[in-house]
Design a protein around this ligand. Structure first.
Ligand SMILES: C[S@@+](CC[C@H](N)C(=O)[O-])C[C@H]1O[C@@H](n2cnc3c(N)ncnc32)[C@H](O)[C@@H]1O
Length: 223
């Protein structure tokens, strides 16, 4: 275990992190097809967050988490809209949350992440602590169809990655809180045809579907 941590630390301090191919398979249900590489860390904060990301992947500490390449998309999209408030539905063990955190260290924003599972939420809490990002993350435990009703506006980025039948109700709850110019992101696009149909039909949204990785739809709220 210790040796693995040291290898991870060495990879991080070397400036780039390559995940060996078997790790992609280990990530299981979503899988990635190639060994992904994280971007060059810009400072010690990023180095620390990336170290936990790497460590989670190495140790199988993810659970149905986004492939690393999709995580990079989450980070870049979040940073590009200078997000101050990100709402995630489906924390799991915090893997995607750490990619949001990489962006939020730049924008000064916050992540509010919802999950119904106590055990995974506890693991996420530990991972956020280890990464040093707890101050920018609020975890909400419970059924998101209930807990999301307490969300405060304005929201800059929404990320849907929980129960697939919940995507349309989650959109209905959250869309009025998303600011114009904000983004609604949804993962596993091949599993949510009704959601995709809905966002593509809405005149207030411009949607593009990225079919690589686990499948990600990106909807821009235009007004
Ligand atoms: C696909 S995983 C999330 C993966 C995470 N975004 C990541 O990439 O690391 C889905 C999560 O949604 C949670 N979930 C399922 N139904 C939910 C509900 N009704 N309310 C809140 N969370 C829910 C599950 O407990 C699970 O942890």
């Amino acid at each position: 275990m210790l040796r693995r941590s040291l290898i991870a630390a060495a990879a991080v301090s070397a400036g780039s992190i390559s995940l060996p191919a078997p790790l992609a398979a280990q990530r299981g249900r979503r899988g990635t097809s190639a060994a992904p590489t994280l971007s060059q860390p810009k400072d010690d904060t990023e180095k620390r967050i990336q170290g936990v990301i790497h460590d989670m992947a190495i140790r199988g500490g993810t659970w149905a988490s986004v492939p690393t390449d999709d995580g990079q998309w989450l980070r870049i999209l979040t940073e590009s809209v200078n997000a101050q408030r990100v709402v995630e539905v489906g924390t799991s063990t915090g893997y995607s949350g750490l990619f949001f955190s990489l962006a939020l260290t730049r924008t000064g924003g916050k992540l509010i992440t919802h999950d119904i599972d106590e055990g995974r939420s506890a693991q996420a809490k530990a991972n956020f602590e280890r990464a040093g990002v707890s101050a920018m993350v609020t975890q909400v435990l419970g059924d998101a169809q209930v807990t999301l009703k307490k969300i405060e506006a304005p929201v800059d980025v929404v990320f849907l990655d929980a129960d697939k039948e919940g995507y349309v109700p989650y959109l209905d709850i959250l869309l009025p809180h998303v600011r114009p110019g904000g983004l609604i992101l949804a993962h596993n696009t091949d599993m949510v045809p009704l959601y995709l149909e809905r966002v593509q039909r809405m005149a207030t949204l411009e949607t593009v579907i990225y079919t690589g990785g686990g499948g990600l739809s990106v909807s821009l709220k235009k007004r």
